[in-house]
Ligand binder design. Structure first.
Ligand code: 4NP
Length: 155
């Protein structure tokens, strides 16, 4: 289990929309706050393994100043529960999958929006099947979640 600095894994379903955006937003917020952390993202499903993020996710990241074109999707691996100190799910369905996979003494599990006052238990909505504007809402949610998570990890 990592001890010196936090290691955070963000998890959604496909690892091509929400969790890569959460990873990117967290990197921005951590750097801004001077927090050193390991960061990665993964999906509970493997349909998109090896792919770069959805082009709409790449576009919203680019509009917010970050290039995520070299991210590659992967599925959550049992070793992740030992490699990471915190595994942060983007919605309740994926959190439930992680709870079933988690070994005793594995990484702490939470929902991203649990870290935002007043939004405990809320999901970051899946933008995959919706309109492009959904990705701006995703970016707003993951940025807010990442900011509060960074604050908690610094405390
Ligand atoms: P994500 O979005 O979980 O935020 O990466 C999805 C991406 C792909 C699929 C579903 C959600 N899919 O069914 O292929």
């Amino acid at each position: 289990m990592p001890a010196d600095k936090p290691a955070i894994l963000f998890v959604c379903l496909g690892n091509i929309c929400r969790s890569p955006l959460a990873e990117a937003a967290f990197r921005i917020e951590a750097e801004r706050a001077g927090l050193e952390a390991e960061v990665d993202s993964a999906g509970t499903g493997a349909w998109h393994a090896g792919e770069s993020p959805d082009r709409r996710a790449q576009a919203v990241a680019r509009r917010n100043g970050v290039d995520i074109s070299d991210y590659r999707a992967r599925r959550v691996d049992p070793a992740d529960f030992h490699r990471f100190s915190h595994i942060v799910a983007l919605d309740g369905d994926n959190l439930a999958v992680l709870r079933r996979l988690r070994p005793q003494e594995g990484a702490a599990l939470s929902l991203l929006l649990d870290h935002v006052p007043g939004r405990r238990g809320e999901a970051v909505a899946d933008p995959y099947y919706g309109a492009d504007a959904g990705f701006d809402a995703t970016w707003a949610d993951v940025t807010l979640g990442a900011r509060h998570l960074v604050r908690a990890l610094k405390a």
